[in-house]
Design a protein around this ligand. Structure first.
Ligand code: 5AD
Ligand code: SF4
Length: 456
């Protein structure tokens, strides 16, 4: 799955129906899948009568929905738990919970190191949350069992007001890349039935969302027995009121010709693909068990660009995988220069207990060298991103308005079809509208422009 955004967010408000008079606050760490899981948990808890709190201070139940992908992600959560401990001591009846990937990965050490945690709940146990919270009022409650039959059918997520709705279409992963903890903490791959996904897309459109992002750890290996990923894309494209469809993250080995054809045909499917490559060295790719070679990957990029010449691409890169030599690393730099990604998420390798790499591949690259390699990939990528963005000056892009720009009075921000952040004077335009913006100036991460009348 992709690195995606590191989102630590405020949750959407649940209408107050305090059947039990209890309020819950969930803080989300990690990828979009976790954002989507938080929305599911809020749906389940609302059905059980919980209302939402906007701050941990106002909540009766605080849950950190965590990520375990790299050591750093877990350290952040441990730090946050340390901060929240004071709250628990002030109010011993507060239920402190940890959910998600880290809950599964380190459940025992978590309960030992942070005895003030009352509740530990893994990614397949969210339906049991109301019962587990009740149980945690007596003794600590833990449920981290994986359940290959669980895809939360019938649960209506509570989504934050936005132009985009995340829809989880498959859970788990069967790829077992040697560096990755995901298959161990999220379990085996399973797909949500297509009719349930279409139902959710319709509900999202009715609720005013204009874009859906289909989520899965290897989203393009989706299959529900009757439909494959291409069929599903075509079905979601038929939903009225949805203008844009995105998906993340596809695995390079699962990109069928049929998906490429469907993308090229369906204009609602955005011209942006996050296509994690991880390394540009065949030797390292093999050790990672990525199941493609550099040539396979470059061939796929050629096919995608031949079908969609305006396609934007991003990727994930790991620097300093065990055994990565200087020349392996240079091969990664050279692949990135060849593909010319619009953007990339780049990480230092982090050994994760439980993975094959942790067990069998000594961490040969020093922290300093990993740091140097990471800086080098980032510097090269920034240079490429900046140059690509500069080519947008003078072009007019369709932008889906997301909200106020982070900086600047009276400015709005939105996304282009190719997932570029575009900032422009709001001049009365509403959030979630589609507008045309002519680009005047660009930076590494942002395109700036002015609205122009619709071409049609
Ligand atoms: N160390 C560093 N990066 C990792 N990723 C996954 N596992 C690790 C790890 N152990 C990165 C990969 C993946 C993204 C979600 O996180 O690049 O695509
Ligand atoms: Fe992605 Fe590989 Fe991890 Fe599966 S095992 S989530 S394909 S990196």
């Amino acid at each position: 799955m992709s690195a995606l955004l590191d989102i630590e967010g405020v949750q959407p408000e649940i209408p107050v129906t305090p059947v039990q008079g209890q309020r819950v606050f969930i803080e989300t760490y990690g990828c979009q899948m976790n954002v989507s899981d938080t929305e599911l948990m809020l749906g389940i808890l609302q059905d059980a009568g919980y209302a939402s709190a906007q701050r941990p201070e106002d909540a009766d139940v605080v849950v950190l929905n965590t990520c375990a992908i790299r050591e750093h992600a877990e350290e952040r959560v441990r730090g946050r738990l340390g901060q929240l401990r004071a709250l628990k001591y002030r109010r011993p009846d507060l239920i402190m919970g940890v959910s998600g990937c880290m809950a599964k990965h380190v459940s025992e050490s978590l309960m030992k190191d942070a005895p003030y945690v009352d509740l530990v709940v893994g990614p397949d146990s969210y339906r049991k949350l109301p019962d587990l919270i009740a149980e945690a009022r007596g003794d600590a409650a833990l449920d981290v069992r994986l359940d290959r039959g669980e895809f939360y059918a019938g649960v209506d997520p509570i989504r934050k007001a936005s132009s985009n709705a995340y829809i989880t279409i498959m859970r788990g992963c069967d790829k077992f890349c040697t560096f990755c903890i995901v298959p161990y903490v999220r379990g085996r791959e399973r797909s949500v039935p297509a009719r349930e996904i279409v139902r959710q897309a319709r509900a999202a459109a009715d609720a005013g969302f204009r874009e859906v992002t289909l989520l899965g750890q290897t989203v393009n290996s989706y299959r529900d027995g009757a439909c494959d990923f291409a069929d599903l894309l075509a079905m979601v494209a038929c939903v009225d009121g949805i203008y844009r469809i995105r998906f993340t993250s596809p695995h390079p080995s699962d990109f069928s010709e049929k998906v490429i054809e469907t993308m090229a045909r369906e204009k609602k499917i955005c011209r942006f693909i996050h296509l994690p490559v991880q390394s540009g060295s065949n030797r390292v790719l093999k050790a990672m068990q990525r199941s493609y070679t550099v040539d396979d990957y470059l061939g796929l990029v050629d096919d995608l660009r031949a079908a969609m010449p305006d396609l934007c691409l991003s990727t994930d890169i790991i620097a300093g995988f065990p055994g990565e030599t200087q020349s392996d690393f240079e091969a990664t730099l050279s692949l990135m220069a060849q593909v010319r990604y619009d953007s990339a998420f780049m990480f230092k390798y982090s050994a994760r207990k439980g993975t094959v790499a942790f067990r069998e591949m000594p961490d040969t690259v020093s922290e300093e060298e990993k740091g140097r390699r990471l800086e080098a990939v980032i510097a090269q990528q920034n240079c490429i991103s900046e140059k690509i963005n500069a080519t947008y000056v003078g072009r007019t892009l369709e932008v889906l308005v997301q909200g106020d720009a982070r900086k600047g009075e009276g400015l709005a921000a939105g996304k282009s079809d190719g997932f570029k952040t575009v900032v422009f004077p709001r001049e009365g335009v509403a959030d979630h509208a589609l507008v045309q913006v002519e680009i005047a100036r660009t930076t590494l991460r942002t395109l700036f422009g002015r609205r122009v009348p619709c071409a049609g």
